[in-house]
Design a protein around this ligand. Structure first.
Ligand code: PLP
Length: 372
């Protein structure tokens, strides 16, 4: 990418290894349920440091199977974050469970354990924390609340591959059901794809069956032991995943380097707040780069001015509870002041591993000019 081209919000790193492995799958004739899919699961589990991992067609599919695995049903209430991508609430609605939103911590923008405790009710069956923007949620506190109240726990780690929590553990390795996503803007991409980390071998078998129309490993073709879905990941996508895993450490390091460049570049712009890298032992896995604009700044106008200067930017994120299908359940403005304030002020800037110092400088200059 030349320094004078439009700078996109995100851009995947795809190299010759991805091309080679995709070609290998094409030539093998095993385009689904083949050895590449198994290899991706094995390599992913080894990289993360868990026993097993189950590949699926998207992060949303991973969350949906997670909700089913935890047995959340109509009438059940699950406490979750309003400051997230809509899939983390939709996955509950698919099974008739009700998302009960709780406000977030102003600094980390993850679920605030005190707000969770305050929102517990008779129908609460679980917690669904989201490691938003790659910042690890307060898992020790949330696990304590879950244990004290007999709640299930499903971690939405779709934006957080590689993040490390306050106890020094990689997100997704605490023994809870955890989900990851591999859309093209993620730390690791398969184009579309997702992964579930199962807490037990029994659940792993169930997930593998449900992603494949309820067919168990020991069952024949067209034989089905229960309700299932087509949430399979193709071996072409898995080939991308295998190649991406081999470069993941390097890509994560590049993301840290680009975030450092931004932190320095933005320091000279009055009133713009960079996201926290970590506040204790936590380590963010840099996913997007959301800055907070100064109070009173017109964000849409800023986005338009950045666009005129060849820099893509986006309002990030709208609060989930204010989408029409959740308003129908009674959610309204003003219920979650921290999430709503963050949502009103945050803006995602271009962020991807191949960004050079010159790109970051161009973005920072364009932002400074757009705020004048
Ligand atoms: C927090 C969060 N949850 C869930 C998802 C859903 O993943 P997918 O788009 O792969 O279905 C995403 C991805 O965009 C996400 O950011």
């Amino acid at each position: 990418m030349s320094e004078f081209e439009q700078i996109p919000l995100a851009r995947p790193e795809i190299g010759t290894r991805e091309e080679e492995l995709v070609l290998e799958v094409l030539r093998s004739g095993r385009l689904s349920l083949g050895p590449m899919g198994e290899r991706f699961e094995r390599d992913f589990a080894a990289w993360l440091g868990v026993e097993d991992a189950v590949a699926v067609s998207s992060g949303t599919a991973a969350l949906h199977l997670g909700v089913r695995a935890l047995g959340w049903e109509p009438g059940d209430e699950v406490l979750t974050s309003p400051f997230s991508f809509v899939a983390s609430a939709n996955c509950l609605l698919y099974e008739g469970a009700r998302p009960v939103f709780c406000d977030v911590d102003p600094e980390t923008l993850d679920l605030d354990p005190a707000a969770v405790e305050a929102a517990l009710g008779e129908r609460s069956v679980g917690l669904l924390p989201v490691h938003i923007f790659g910042y690890p949620a307060a898992m020790p506190e949330l696990e304590a609340i879950a244990a004290a109240n007999g709640l299930g726990l499903l971690e939405d780690a779709c934006e957080a591959l590689g993040a490390v929590d306050a106890e020094g553990r990689r997100v997704g390795t605490r023994g809870n059901l955890a989900t990851f996503a591999f859309y093209a803007n993620k730390q690791l991409t398969t184009g579309e794809g997702g992964m579930v980390v199962p807490p037990s071998p029994e659940l792993a078998s169930r997930l593998r069956s449900e992603r494949n129309q309820g067919r168990a490993a020991d069952m024949g073709w067209l034989d089905h032991g229960g309700l299932g879905f087509n949430y399979r990941l193709s071996d072409l996508a898995a080939a991308l995943g295998v190649a991406q895993l081999a470069r993941l450490d390097r890509m994560l390091e590049r993301r840290i380097a680009v975030a450092d460049l931004y932190a320095r570049g933005l320091a000279g712009i009055d009133g713009v707040e960079a996201p926290p890298a970590g506040r204790g032992a936590e380590r963010r896995s840099w996913f997007v780069y959301p800055v907070h604009l100064p109070d009173g700044v017109d964000r849409d106008a800023t986005i338009a001015r950045l666009g005129e200067r060849g820099v893509a930017a986006k309002a990030y994120l709208p609060c989930i509870h204010l989408f029409p299908h959740l308003r129908e359940q009674g959610w309204r403005e003003g219920q979650f002041p921290v999430a709503e304030a963050a949502s009103a002020r945050s803006l995602a800037l271009p962020f991807f591993p191949a960004m050079s110092e010159a790109h970051v400088e161009r973005v920072c200059e364009a932002l400074a000019e757009s705020l004048r």
